[in-house]
Design a protein around this ligand. Structure first.
Ligand SMILES: [Zn+2]
Ligand SMILES: [Zn+2]
Length: 426
């Protein structure tokens, strides 16, 4: 039997795990510097939650969700995105009744049955934040600046920010009517999906990937021309805050949201050399969602991004991440009697958090020194007959070749100091 990994998924092998840990660490640190704390929700939820949050007629729910029934016939889905679970948890834990601002970040796998291609997978890792409890435009800009700060901390340069406003429940219905007026003479030219969208969610016509629909979209009216005064003011303030934060942006009216609970700011961060899958992260306001899933009406804004594309973009820009793990010391025992001392020394060092290697399989001294060099160890610690009788250890600096004799009780501090010196020099 040949077992294979499911299509659209991948393994993260040890040789790559350091860079995954690196980008996650930078994200956690950036989020923490803005006062965000982690929230972890289950990988599966009631399927209904996503029907409510993504819309029953959306592609996510209709085509892409991994749905299953448990032994009792309950209808569940693997989470296709991270916002609905956070909002479900927020409401279920009555945080909506507490008032105030709540800042969450999350990291974890999401699942969509989609056509796999470069940068797009069926199990993919997302990071995201949600700020719940304020409609102030400052926070729209701050949420955007967190994502920009994260990408900057990773060293990405070829990124651009595009923003739009999708209005509110009141002014977006005027816009829907304007869109229907525009598309009415072209109904027959629309794809079958868009013909259905025309009646219910005309804004989703702007999102269609079918080429003939994309052509029609070019002359469609812009949402920005239909914003009412409060929404126009909100958008102007977001831009003014972004200017104060010295964040460059472009206004792109084509960034749309198909559902009613999305309000005001929508944004996307694009990287240029990633081909079709060029969106690194996207987000926006969703002031209507919390009430839509049964909570107290509470404004909110957030974004989500994928780690896969992030790593691809970093690779394209030649950004190197963390070094693979290398032993601080490789211990070589010569002869049977040395082994006992070696094993004690190993635990002493590891107890102090020092990465120490030892391999009882390799017998000759030459083979062991070779192995220590191959692993990139900083030092070799040698325990042979002389060392056993003197109670000392021979320590060889593998970079310089210098050798010295040290007391085993001094060894942990010596290795820690040398490691600190090394990381200060980086
Ligand atoms: Zn409005
Ligand atoms: Zn279409």
């Amino acid at each position: 039997m040949n077992y294979k990994i499911p299509r659209g998924t991948y393994d993260i092998l040890p040789k790559d795990s350091a860079k995954w840990q690196y980008v996650q660490r930078i994200f956690r640190e950036t989020a923490a510097s803005f006062g965000y704390e982690e929230i972890c929700t289950p990988i599966f939820e009631m399927a209904e939650l996503f029907e409510r949050s993504s819309g029953e007629s959306s592609d996510v729910v209709q085509k892409e969700m991994y749905r299953f029934q448990d032994q009792k016939g309950r209808d569940f889905a693997l989470r296709p995105e991270g916002t609905a679970p956070v909002v479900r948890s927020f409401v279920e834990n009555h945080l909506d009744l507490q008032g105030g601002r709540h800042k969450f970040y999350y990291i974890g796998p999401m699942f969509r049955y989609d056509r796999p291609q470069k940068g797009r997978y069926r199990q993919f890792y997302q990071y995201g934040i949600e700020l719940i409890g304020s409609n102030h435009p400052f926070f729209d800009a701050e949420v955007i600046s967190l994502e920009m700060q994260f990408l900057k901390a990773l060293g990405l340069k070829k990124i651009r920010l595009e923003i739009n406003s999708v209005g509110c429940a009141e002014c977006s219905s005027d816009y829907d009517a304007a869109l229907q007026d525009y598309y009415r003479p072209h109904l027959a030219e629309l794809c079958p999906d868009c013909q259905k969208r025309y009646e219910k969610k005309p804004r989703r016509l702007l999102d269609c990937k079918v080429p003939s629909c994309k052509v029609l979209r070019q002359d469609a009216p812009s949402q920005l021309d239909y914003l009412d005064a409060p929404c126009r003011d909100h958008f102007a303030q977001v831009q003014s805050y972004l200017n104060d934060m010295q964040i460059d942006y472009k206004i792109n009216p084509a960034i749309v949201r198909g559902l009613d609970y999305y309000t005001n700011t929508a944004f996307e961060i694009i990287v240029d050399d990633l081909g079709a899958q060029n969106s690194l992260a996207g987000g926006g306001r969703y002031n209507g969602l919390i009430a839509a899933i049964g909570g107290k009406d509470t404004p909110a804004i957030g974004f989500a991004g994928g780690f896969e594309r992030l790593l691809l973009a970093m690779q394209n820009e030649g950004i190197s991440t963390a070094e693979p793990l290398k032993p601080q010391i490789y211990i070589i025992g010569i002869g049977e009697a040395a082994q006992k001392v070696v094993i004690q020394l190993l635990s002493q060092l590891r107890n102090r958090g020092i990465y120490a290697e030892y391999n009882p399989d390799k017998s000759s001294f030459k083979a062991q020194i070779k192995a220590a060099n191959a692993m990139g160890a900083a030092y070799a610690g040698i325990i042979g007959e002389d060392e056993l009788s003197s109670g000392m250890i021979s320590l060889k600096d593998l970079a310089s070749g210098e050798q010295s004799t040290v007391d085993p009780s001094d060894l942990p501090n010596l290795l820690i100091e040398s490691k600190n010196k090394e990381s200060n020099n980086l």
